[in-house]
Design a protein. Structure first.
Length: 105
């Protein structure tokens, strides 16, 4: 299942089951929609094949094996084998959830 958010100018389709990855992002024009990112399929389950995927809780490498936060050392283990350092924790590797909200004007 995907969720679509749109207004008069843009349309965004998101796949919560693929960690909130973007399936499609389009500009809406009078002569039709234009893809702003390479579109994917709503049936896709691999975040690497989506239009884009969130890099959370961080992006890129964390030097060594962690960092200090609020006086504590936070240790992370690598989740991919391309680096000895923790690298790109992808939300796309886990299902997400969404919370509904009333439309806003």
């Amino acid at each position: 299942m995907t969720i679509t958010l749109e207004n008069t100018l843009l349309r965004l389709e998101v796949a919560p089951e693929v960690g909130g990855s973007v399936v499609r992002f389009e500009a809406l024009r009078k002569d039709g929609a234009i893809d702003l990112f390479r579109p994917s399929s709503p049936e896709e389950t691999d975040a690497n094949h989506m239009a884009l995927f969130p890099l959370v809780p961080w992006s890129n490498r964390i030097s060594g094996d962690g960092f200090e936060w609020q006086g504590s050392i936070i240790h992370w283990r690598p989740i991919v084998t391309i680096s000895a350092s923790p690298f790109m924790a992808m939300a796309g590797s886990r299902p997400g959830r969404y919370v509904s909200a009333p439309p806003t004007n």
